[in-house]
Ligand binder design. Structure first.
Ligand SMILES: [Fe+2]
Length: 218
């Protein structure tokens, strides 16, 4: 029986985004957790799924709802976690690697901002298992544009629900405010966990070996 609870975040640490905006956003996240519990508590009974087809069917509704809710839960967990708690001074190995790969921190921020402005759902700094390098992934919906076996380091919600109450159509101002709230301790921990995983798998992250990450799992 699934009875997952939403994580709790310290919104008091967030500067420039109102508590009302954050609390309303949090309610959406709680809704995804509740729906995911409901979906994962649905037993599979063959006689309930006799009309399966890719246009409209009970199974199709269930599967579309599952990926939407599941990604909605994971991405909001990561987003709220990496924008709360303070520690907002860029630092550490992740910053060094960002500068190394994107030429400069300002260049990275410009790229992230433009991805955020261009997407309707998410902008995610992720390390892909194909090349073990950073990629800024853009997504329009929780379940659209998602990349498998890609490791999210920094997650930015750019759905209108994330900012419209405070910023109206000024999405750029929201993105800039979000960036000022990034918790670099959290981001560094994620990065170090990924490096640790590579170490365990004995993979040199400076080498480009396609699918090595995947192959080592087999
Ligand atoms: Fe959201």
């Amino acid at each position: 029986m699934y009875n997952m609870k939403p994580e709790v975040f310290n919104f008091n640490s967030v500067k420039g985004i109102s508590q009302r905006q954050l609390n309303e956003h949090y309610k959406l996240y709680v809704g995804y957790v509740n729906i995911l519990n409901q979906i994962w508590n649905t037993d599979y009974t063959p006689q309930n799924y006799t009309d399966s087809n890719p246009t409209y069917s009970k199974m199709r509704s269930l599967k579309l709802g599952e990926t939407y809710a599941l990604n909605g839960v994971k991405l909001h967990n990561l987003y709220f976690k990496n924008m709360t708690g303070g520690n907002t001074t860029p630092h550490g190995p992740v910053l060094n690697s960002i500068i190394n790969q994107f030429s400069s921190y300002d260049n990275f921020l410009s790229y992230l901002t433009n991805v955020g402005l261009s997407m309707r759902g998410w902008a995610i700094l992720s390390i892909d298992s194909l090349d073990n390098k950073f990629h800024i992934i853009g997504s329009d919906l929780h379940d659209k544009g998602s990349v498998w076996i890609s490791y999210p380091i920094l997650v930015m919600d750019v759905y209108e629900h994330a900012y419209f109450m405070d910023f109206g159509t000024n999405k750029k101002e929201y993105i800039s405010t979000f960036i000022k709230n990034i918790n670099w301790t959290v981001v560094n921990k994620r990065f170090q966990k990924y490096l640790h995983l590579l170490q365990i798998l004995n993979i040199n992250h400076n080498r480009y070996i396609p699918y090595e990450f995947l192959n080592r799992h087999i």
